[in-house]
Design a protein around this ligand. Structure first.
Ligand code: FES
Length: 161
């Protein structure tokens, strides 16, 4: 007999996913909310979690993986940093120095876009328009849009992590 394998979704995560069941017409419709719940808790959605989500939603793991892989948002190999900074690279931000801000942040943090610092504090990502073009260039970290960024403000952002 195989030894029991350790679950990756703890009781809290499972309960949060199940809380969505009454709000959607099918279990399949809970796929995206479930991925977000897992990502919020684990900061990534490894394959083992995909399998457990699929079991909860009575789906094939491939169905869940299909949804996950459609979005660039979910990481599968390792958790993203405690702070995930989305630096806008769309036209308004690019024209107002967004690329320089991105380069500076990456240089100071010692990582490339998409990577996480070795201490796990920061992941820098590139984003398409954040819907705050009038404040270009900007980045989104958590729920906060950092507006009208300069190199100096980017340094302040890093120092506050
Ligand atoms: S182009 Fe950067 S927020 Fe719109």
């Amino acid at each position: 007999m195989n030894p029991p394998t350790e679950r990756i979704l703890n009781d809290t995560i499972v309960a949060e996913i199940k809380a969505y069941f009454p709000r959607y017409p099918t279990r399949q419709a809970v796929t995206l909310p479930a991925l977000h719940v897992v990502n919020r808790h684990l900061r990534y959605v490894p394959l083992a979690a995909v399998v457990e989500i699929a079991a909860l939603l009575e789906l094939h793991p491939a169905d869940v993986q299909d949804t996950l892989s459609f979005y660039g948002f979910f990481k599968q190999d390792a958790p993203h940093g405690e702070t995930r900074a989305w630096v806008c690279r769309s036209i308004a931000c690019a024209l107002r120095g967004g690329e320089e801000v991105l380069e500076h942040l990456c240089h100071k943090a010692g990582i490339a876009p998409g990577q996480t610092t070795p201490d796990g504090k920061l992941t820098i990502e590139v984003a398409e328009c954040l819907g705050a073009c009038e404040f270009a260039p900007c980045l989104l970290a958590g729920d906060i849009v950092h507006k009208d960024l300069t190199i100096e403000q980017a340094d302040v952002f890093l120092s506050q992590l």
